[in-house]
Design a protein around this ligand. Structure first.
Ligand code: PMP
Length: 357
């Protein structure tokens, strides 16, 4: 039996994708071996690689002047790679510190280059995103770094800052809503939430946005090397690339990002309705317009009931509902492959549990 998987990542993937991968696993495309045993220079793998690249472009709508890169190291490696590649001498990056992930990007970025906090939500406990006019810009700002969805705080950005080029970590709502490409020079994210198993980041980078690196870069850290080789400079993360292709085929067939967005809004609406209709039994601290459609955080009146809630959820085959270890509480992650039936199971359980206490 499949679990109702509310994990924040890695997380649930479409079951038909898993079954298709299973069916072709041992003998991929008549090659006599599995995809993960094939050479990454083989024609069989090359077709998979090119197809996933094409689907990533068509589903995302990324314009032709963006290169699409598949890079190992997750989103975390990008925290450092981006400033290495985009900042020239005397330039700096401004960071919107909207939560734990914005803060992590800021901390790592400053290891390699100059950066400043353009807005900091920490004193208020990361309960909202800034309004565009609250984001401060210093001289020589090459770009502003934003996090489209803060996975731990459960907040999302809808009103992006204006005036500077943007770089966005979209890890936790990746390809779950259309992207306004003209605002961005770079968009990145780990794929292990809406798109694929863990093991890589997808980076969209506008080639004209690449700077003259202040220091020479080892090749793996240099976007140009990945661009020139179509992400085949060394052995790529073949399995995530293969599975992401299958996920994106489904997204395309189901109506693209607008359809994913509408479904995500509906999942989130149902869970927030359960919270808001609970007379304060469940509470969500986030400013309503900034509530995440991917990660719904909530607390119960006390630790005992929270524990009982999580235990009862586990008995009902609902997993991954414990909040991040840094903030506690509960969190329901509602990524793109989560069946509506799982959402309804959670909502029913929330109502039942509340009635018991
Ligand atoms: N940014 C965000 C918004 C995330 O949610 C995560 C992981 N949960 C990361 C960055 C780090 O990603 P990775 O594990 O791929 O390095």
């Amino acid at each position: 039996m499949r679990a109702h998987n509310f994990g924040a990542g890695p997380c649930t993937l479409p079951v038909d994708v898993l079954e298709e991968a299973q069916a072709e696993f041992v003998d991929f495309a008549g090659s006599g071996m599995s995809l993960i045993e094939l050479s990454h220079r083989s024609p069989e793998y090359d077709r998979v690689h090119r197809r996933t690249l094409e689907l990533t472009r068509s589903v995302s709508g990324a314009p032709d002047d963006f290169s699409i890169l598949f890079i190992q190291g997750g989103a975390t490696l990008q925290f450092g790679m981006i400033p290495m590649n985009l900042l020239g001498a005397g330039e700096q990056a401004g960071y919107v510190v909207s939560g734990s992930w914005g803060k992590a990007a800021f901390a790592d970025g400053r290891v390699v280059a100059d950066g400043y906090a353009a807005w900091d939500g920490e004193p208020d406990g990361y309960r909202r995103m800034p309004r565009p006019d609250e984001v401060r810009q210093e001289d020589n700002t090459r770009y502003l770094h934003v996090t489209s969805n803060e996975t731990i705080g459960g907040i999302r950005m809808t009103d992006y800052p204006v005036g500077a080029r943007l770089v966005a970590d979209m890890s936790s709502d990746y390809l779950s809503r259309p992207i306004e490409w003209d605002r961005f020079d770079l968009v990145y994210g780990g794929v292990q939430k809406n798109l694929a198993p863990s093991g890589m980041a997808v980076v969209f980078v506008r080639e004209s946005g690449l700077g003259d690196p202040v220091h020479p870069l080892p090749k793996y850290l240099d976007y140009r090397w990945h661009i020139e080789s179509d992400s085949l400079g060394n052995t790529p993360p073949m399995f995530p690339i293969y599975l992401m292709g299958k996920v994106l085929e489904r997204v395309a067939a189901a109506g693209g990002l607008a359809a994913v967005e509408a479904e995500a809004a509906e999942r989130a609406r149902r869970v927030y309705a359960a919270i808001d209709g609970s007379n304060g039994f469940y509470t969500n601290p986030v400013a309503v317009p900034d509530r995440s459609h991917m990660n719904v955080v909530f607390t119960l009146p006390d630790a005992d009931r929270e524990r009982a809630f999580l235990d009862g959820a586990a008995d009902r085959n609902m997993v991954g509902l414990k909040g991040h270890r840094s903030v506690g509480g509960c969190r329901a992650s509602l990524y793109a492959a989560l069946p509506m039936e799982s959402v309804d199971a959670l909502v029913d359980y929330m109502g039942e549990f509340r009635a018991r206490f």
